[in-house]
Each structure stands twice: as structure tokens, then as C-alpha cells.
Design a protein around this ligand. Structure first.
Ligand SMILES: Cc1cc2nc3c(=O)[nH]c(=O)nc-3n(C[C@H](O)[C@H](O)[C@H](O)COP(=O)(O)O)c2cc1C
Length: 253
């Protein structure tokens, strides 16, 4: 390879502009799980179409694209979904002890009825037959593919100024019944979607003192599980980037 070919093959030759990179990281760091700030403003179909198309362009194991997108607008359907949530939420409260239970009961963990649109993203594990490239040994890869679709939608929605809240406090069968999802299809995420009055700067669970964001340097190991090395230059970068991320931006410059 000559030198100019090498130069062209460096990762930076394909990097986005600074402005575009900043926009991507801004979407990532300012994305929030939204429960309580939904506005009744309708979501235009062209915007909904863009975020659904972003979801459909997620990676998937063996390119099986196991997802469907069930768009919920009917107040009756939302009420049924909310009923399924309320039952599981009451049970969930009983699983925490003492102060934790009282704090749990104060948390708002869904915006099912007040968000203008619900989107249930599912996984059809049989979509392309029993043998799938990449799913031959780790069978959950199809489920993870649908989760990738969720994240694509979530980030695209943030860029569009739309809040998204993932609700998972359901008995799976109750959610399936509320939405008429057949037994062979797995619901992955019920998402509440809509414009919002504001986005919180931090996860609500962090602000409520439920859990803090973990330090990156505790999470990154080198070469073997559990092996930390604070002398690695990467660690200083991670600390700097995490501090920048806390302020909602990437240290890309
Ligand atoms: C798989 C999954 C399930 C979740 N289920 C719920 C839920 O049922 N209710 C809720 O309020 N938030 C739910 N969340 C949102 C998390 O609580 C939230 O992502 C986390 O607290 C971090 O906050 P952030 O998304 O605003 O950064 C879920 C998130 C994920 C990834």
C-alpha cells in the first residue's frame, strides 16, 4: 500500500466532521428515559417514520431483522397497557424492603397514557428459520438485535426532540394480551414516545439517589476479566471523557 492509500485508510479519513460528531455524542449524552414530561402535541407521521426507519436500520444477527413495530395511538389500548403495568408495578413495590420500598413507590416509571404514541418493538425468533448466521451458539442474539433497534429509535428520537420512555414492568403475557401479540412473538420494549417540556440533565434514578453512575475506570479491564490497570493511558482519557459526558458533551476536540 502506498503512503496516500495508508493515509486514506486511517480511521480519521472516514470520520464525520467535528460538528456531526458533536451532534452524535450530544444525542447519546443527552438522551433520557422520559416518564413525566410528555406534551399532548401530536407526533407528525414524517417524524415517526424517520425514527422507525432508524430503528429498522439497526444491526441484527444474520441480518434477520427480527423486529416489528406496533404503533399504539388508541386510548383504549393505552389503558389496557397501563392496566397491565399497574398490576406488575404494585407487585414490584412489594419486592423492595423498608425505605427502598417507599422510594420506589414515589418513582414515576411510565408515561403510557399521557404520551401521544406508544411503540412496542418485538422479536420474531423464527423469522428466518431455525438456523441463523451468528445465532448458531448464543441463542439470545436475536433478542439483542431487537434491543439494537430500540436504541437506534431512542437516539433518533432525541435528535428529533422527542422523549422516549421504556416501560418493562409487565407480566409478559399481560402485555401480549393487551396488544394482541401472538405467543410466538416476544415483546422487547414498550416505548412511550412524544414531545416533552424538557429533558432532565441526569437519569431520574440518579437524581432520586437510587443509584449513581459508575466510574468508567472500575468497568474497564485489560486482557483478562477483573484485571484493572490505572497506569494505562486509556484510563486518564476515560476519566476526562466521563467528566465531559456528565456535562452533556463529548471531548472530541
Ligand atoms: C431494558 C430497560 C428497561 C427499562 N424499564 C424501565 C421501566 O419499566 N420504567 C422506567 O421508568 N424506566 C425504565 N428503563 C429506563 C431506565 O431506568 C433508565 O434508562 C436509567 O435509569 C438511566 O436513565 P437514562 O435513560 O435517562 O439515562 C428501562 C431501561 C432499559 C434499558
Amino acid at each position: 500500500m502506498n503512503t496516500s492509500a495508508v493515509a486514506q485508510a486511517t480511521p480519521s479519513a472516514h470520520a464525520f466532521t467535528q460538528e456531526a460528531r458533536d451532534a452524535i455524542y450530544h444525542a447519546i449524552f443527552s438522551r433520557r428515559d422520559v416518564r413525566g414530561q410528555f406534551l399532548p402535541t401530536p407526533v407528525p407521521d414524517e417524524v415517526l417514520s424517520r425514527i422507525l426507519t432508524a430503528a429498522h436500520h439497526a444491526p441484527s444477527v444474520g441480518f434477520m431483522q427480527p423486529w416489528n413495530f406496533l404503533v399504539v395511538r388508541s386510548p383504549d389500548t393505552k389503558r389496557r397497557v397501563h392496566g397491565a403495568f399497574a398490576k406488575a408495578h404494585a407487585e414490584a413495590a412489594g419486592m423492595f424492603e423498608g425505605d427502598r420500598r417507599a422510594t420506589y413507590q414515589k418513582l414515576k416509571l411510565e408515561g403510557i397514557v399521557e404520551s401521544p404514541v406508544g411503540i412496542c418493538i418485538t422479536c420474531d425468533r423464527e423469522r428466518t428459520g431455525p438456523v441463523v448466521v451468528g445465532r448458531t451458539h448464543m441463542k439470545t442474539m436475536d433478542l439483542y438485535s431487537s434491543v439494537c433497534a430500540v436504541q437506534n429509535l431512542w437516539l433518533a428520537a432525541r435528535a428529533e426532540g422527542l422523549g422516549v420512555g421504556w416501560v418493562s414492568i409487565f407480566h409478559q403475557a399481560d402485555l401480549q394480551e393487551a396488544l394482541g401479540i401472538p405467543k410466538g412473538i416476544t415483546p422487547i420494549a414498550y416505548l412511550c414516545v412524544g414531545y416533552v417540556s424538557h429533558f432532565h440533565a441526569k437519569p431520574e434514578l440518579e437524581t432520586a439517589g437510587w443509584l449513581p453512575r459508575l466510574p468508567m475506570e472500575d468497568l474497564v479491564y485489560f486482557d483478562q476479566w477483573g484485571q484493572r490497570d490505572d497506569q494505562q493511558p486509556l484510563i486518564a482519557h476515560l476519566q476526562r471523557d466521563q467528566a465531559a459526558a456528565q456535562r452533556g458533551r463529548a471531548a472530541t476536540a
